[in-house]
Write a protein that binds this ligand. Sequence first.
Ligand code: SF4
Ligand code: SF4
Ligand code: SF4
Length: 320
Amino acid sequence: MAEPGEKPSIDLNNLKAGGFIKERGKDLFTIRLRVPGGRMAIPRLKKIAQVAEKYGGEFIHLSVRQSMELININFRHFDAVVEELGEADQKVASCGARVRVPVACGGCEYNPNGLVDTQKSALEVDQKLFGTPTGHHKFKVAFAGCPFDCPKSATNDVGFQGALLPRLDKDACISCGLCAKNCAPGAITMGKDKKPLFKDDPCIWCGDCVKVCPTGAWEAKQTGYNVRIGGKWGRNPLVGSLFATLLPQEEAVEFIAQVLAWYQEKAGGQGRIRLGDIIIQEGPQLLLAHLREKFPHSVVTETIPPQVIDTQIGSRKIKP
Ligand code: SF4
Ligand code: SF4
Ligand code: SF4
């Protein structure tokens, strides 16, 4: 790093890959911090506030992907900022063509809707895959605890959504009808025998029937992640397609690693191209076959390519 008064020699691309992003102002950078799953221990938060007060501007920015960003940091203070943040074990994030910091909702730890431990998954991905160069483009992962999908997992390269497959013990049912009333997608109706009738197709595996049943007649037959692949946001967004259902939570890291390996192989020589565009180009069956070898119990038999969402439609139609 240059001393005060020295002429700086900065490779902006390398800095950005390391989480240091050039601002408009002369010599000023934003430093993006690594906050997997958006969880921040209180001592770490205090340290970040101290460092921001000492070296930064008047505020900290919270990014849409749960990172904290220190604003208005002079590049001459990079070493000191990194060192002082390190005292609270706070690390800097990364940008560029790498596996990014995973985002996650609170999951099942305290959230009444959560079906899986999204925070544990986000930490595992962060420890094992964060910063892996893709060779092509950014690679984003998100974990949602249930089908409400607050983290918008389907617009990530690999998006995980907690799911629960319900099972009914008819003998334990007291025919109160609560499950049918609370099943928003209409997968449960009450039969002539005053017991619930379950239809597989409309079920979105939300687990609400299990939560409302007063006798425990509905229970979890299986829980895991439904996984969508090939989503992205930006100027040309895509919604990822369903590639796996009820993937065991402990297989999430290996699943991502396998998707990444396929992406790197198929995107070879094509430069900056996102995973979803490669799936559209190659067709989803090749990736399905690759994943089915490793995860035969979870990968679906067929799927569709990622779907375009036209977020610019209004601005194209209305002439200035
Ligand atoms: S996705 Fe589900 S579990 Fe996660 S915050 Fe939203 S409602 Fe809660
Ligand atoms: S899991 Fe959700 S959608 Fe499926 S039957 Fe239960 S309440 Fe209905
Ligand atoms: S909520 Fe439970 S007890 Fe009530 S009808 Fe449904 S299965 Fe039966």
